[in-house]
Design a protein. Structure first.
Length: 183
């Protein structure tokens, strides 16, 4: 009985030492992140946010997912007020018009959809440049309009080719002629 009482006493003392330290943790500052929009610029895809309560360190706590992949997102305050944040994403994401995306900024989630591609001039449409790998070995490359790539993807053909060891990898995007195919 003495061993039991001594064990209980040790547990009570240990709890009294450690629990107040956890209970005394400072309350986390209130943070607000509101996704304000997306635009295409020469340097890449730009996301804009209205925020409050964020520090420069919070701007490094980011994630971004689109087109079944994770991408780097680099964020900075637009001005000295520390309320407007501008985040830059890779330029090739401009080719995913109409597709959804999601991510986090300072641990706060956001989501949206890439708008129509506005950087191609009249008579041009977005195209992909791609590499073809057969069981990990490069076998060639090609170019295709984005809308055709998406049609093939929606029909599950990339998954079929992947199952037999053939992988198609988008390497770049560009604006090309809207007139293609046999003349």
């Amino acid at each position: 009985m003495k061993k039991f009482f001594a064990s209980v006493l040790v547990m009570i003392v240990a709890l009294s030492v450690f629990v107040p330290a956890v209970g005394a943790a400072p309350a986390q500052e209130s943070k607000s992140v509101i996704f304000a929009g997306v635009s295409y610029q020469a340097g890449g895809v730009i996301l804009l946010f209205h925020t409050s309560g964020l520090s420069k360190a919070d701007l490094k706590n980011t994630s971004f997912f689109a087109h079944s992949n994770e991408y780097d997102m680099h964020c900075a305050f637009k001005d000295d007020t520390h309320t407007d944040v501008r985040c830059v994403l890779p330029k090739k994401l401009a080719n995913y018009a109409g597709e959804g995306f999601n991510g986090t900024l300072a641990g706060v989630g956001f989501w949206g959809e890439f708008p129509a591609n506005t950087y191609c001039s009249d008579g041009e449409i977005p195209w992909y440049t791609y590499d073809v790998l057969d069981n990990g070995e490069y076998v060639g490359s090609g170019e295709v309009p984005v809308f055709i790539w998406r049609k093939v993807a929606s029909q599950g053909l990339f998954e079929f080719w992947e199952s037999v060891g053939v992988h198609f990898d988008i390497t770049d995007g560009f604006c090309g002629s809207a007139d293609f195919g046999p003349a």
